[in-house]
Design a protein around this ligand. Sequence first.
Ligand code: 5GP
Ligand code: ZN
Length: 139
Amino acid sequence: MSDCIFCKIIQGEIPSVKIYEDDCVFAFMDINPISTGHTLIIPKMHAENIWEIPEADLAAIHVASKKIAQAMRNALDPLGVAALQLNGRGVNQLVMHYHLHLIPRTAEGPEIALTKWDLIPGNMAAIQKTGEKIAAALR
Ligand code: 5GP
Ligand code: ZN
């Protein structure tokens, strides 16, 4: 979709810190991370939400989430990893291209909100470094 920022990220028109890609799925670091390692997993084919996304893409995202969560565990040693996915403005979906958040919680990190949090731009050098650690653990 031409005016979708996540489609632009997939096309490389907007830069991103990519950590994983396969035929159906693209994963990259969130630029306003709730925690160190906050990652988004999206379908390459645009779909807005859980009602629109084809089942095959949904399955591929969840298979990828297992690989990425494993890499997060190896790379970051978190207390846990939250998988979070919002559908519709009523629960504060901000980007209308389906995305699964993977949010690791480290020992020093606060509890993780469910549908509302402040978007605070992260330090891009630190995000890049964490992304490289997770990507390396995926290989
Ligand atoms: P939602 O509330 O829709 O589930 O969350 C959208 C997420 O997309 C937010 O965590 C936000 O930080 C992230 N986001 C929005 N724009 C961009 C962008 O241009 N690049 C990246 N990497 N993340 C983005
Ligand atoms: Zn899109």
